[in-house]
Ligand binder design. Structure first.
Ligand SMILES: Cc1cc2nc3c(=O)[nH]c(=O)nc-3n(C[C@H](O)[C@H](O)[C@H](O)COP(=O)(O)O)c2cc1C
Length: 368
């Protein structure tokens, strides 16, 4: 049995997780065409909650019918979607913890083909997409309310909290980053103004469901891998993270940029920087395995409350936490099946280890 700090419980908001390995949000496209979670998804999440006390973050949920650009992604904006999530979360509540990731894409599908990209301004970093339409103040305020409604639905469904996705070029990220936000009203033009949209979302969602149920996912910047190289990005993220700290949200969740690695030790300036700006738990993801995860929490940051989140390996190892704890090999994931829309293949058909199954009372498994 492993003695790493990875297996020491940790309080996050209102919950106490029993280990510091979590499942990161990974889009899987197994909801139905109306963005309603399916029985297949129930089986998937249930499998991944198999080690009691584990923290799971869902794939991103769409929060408005005005913003459904991701086919077969789940949503949290209708009663049907909320009810379907409830049947999934009810299973989780027995043993593990789950936050719903909430996301606004910049895509807006009109009819069958036409696509509008909504953003803070007319600039999009993605050159394959049509020109962005600058959002009006009214649209911004409406979007804040979309987050509130989705968060309330998440609470009704029984989620332990929501994670606001502010990473990798989604709408919140686009407002935060100087490259994509060149507004000159109160939502752009200065560090403070670029943080405003996210700050309003955090406050409104906290007001609706409680600050201890709010997490925030950030990436350090779509154009820069090293925040030291970009002074403005460092200033911006300091502002954003300090606001999250002031509000005392449950956690921040960082998607790592490319990082130097030698002998299994990572030199991660982004994490070091965030550790000084945020006093609560920090979730970190990006390319971890057992060895790197242990080095991070036991070696590099023994005095910080860090949870190592894994994405792809959790897709192929439903008992991933058990495997890390018992030094078992990981099953490789199939890149091809990650996005196999609506298919069970590469989704619910990955096996539990024989060691895990041997450790279980088979009846407990069957309850799922
Ligand atoms: C197919 C795929 C889809 C992803 N979708 C999301 C997503 O919707 N939201 C998110 O925050 N991260 C998403 N990610 C990023 C993962 O959460 C994670 O950061 C990334 O896979 C690196 O961690 P890993 O090396 O443990 O997989 C996705 C990654 C992959 C491979």
């Amino acid at each position: 049995m492993d003695e790493s700090r990875l297996f020491i419980p940790l309080n996050i908001g209102n919950i106490e997780i029993k280990n510091r390995i979590g499942m990161a949000g990974v889009s899987r496209f197994r909801a139905d065409d109306q963005h309603v979670p399916t029985d297949l998804m129930k089986e998937y999440y249930c499998q991944r909650a198999s080690v009691p006390g584990t923290l799971l973050i869902t794939e991103p949920n769409l929060i408005s019918k005005r913003n459904v650009g991701l086919r077969n992604a789940p949503g949290l904006f209708t009663r049907e979607q909320t009810a379907a999530w409830k049947t999934i979360v009810e299973v989780h509540m027995r043993a593990s913890y789950i936050f719903a990731q909430l996301c606004v894409l910049k895509h807006e599908i009109l009819g069958k083909e036409a696509t509008i990209i909504r953003g803070p301004g007319t600039i999009s970093l993605d050159t394959d997409l049509p020109t962005t339409k600058a959002m009006s103040i009214e649209e911004i305020k409406d979007t804040v309310q979309d987050f509130v409604r989705a968060a309330k639905n998440a609470a009704e469904a029984g989620f332990d909290g929501v994670e606001l996705l502010g990473a990798t070029g989604d709408l919140i990220d686009a407002f935060t980053q100087e490259d994509t936000n060149q507004r000159n009203d109160e939502y752009g033009g200065s560090v403070e103004n670029r943080s405003r949209f996210l700050h309003e979302v955090m406050k409104a969602v906290a007001h609706a469901i409680g600050i201890k149920r709010v997490g925030l996912c950030l990436s350090s910047g779509s154009t820069s891998q090293d925040i030291r190289l970009k002074k403005n990005a460092a200033l911006q993220f300091t502002d954003v993270i300090k606001r999250a700290d002031d509000l005392k949200i449950a956690y921040i969740h960082l998607t790592e940029p490319r990082i130097a690695e030698s002998n299994g030790i990572r030199d991660n300036e982004w994490l070091d920087f965030a550790c000084t700006a945020f006093r609560g738990p920090i979730l970190i993801q990006g390319g971890y395995n057992s060895k790197l995860a242990k080095n991070l929490v036991d070696g590099r940051h023994p005095d910080k409350d860090i949870v190592v989140m894994l994405g792809r390996y959790f897709t192929s190892n439903p008992d991933l936490v058990f495997r890390i704890q018992h030094d078992l090999e990981f099953t490789p994931y199939s890149q091809q099946d990650l996005f196999a829309t609506k298919s069970f293949k590469g989704y619910t058909d990955y096996a539990f280890s024989k060691e895990y199954l041997g450790s279980l009372n088979i009846l407990t498994q069957l309850l799922c």
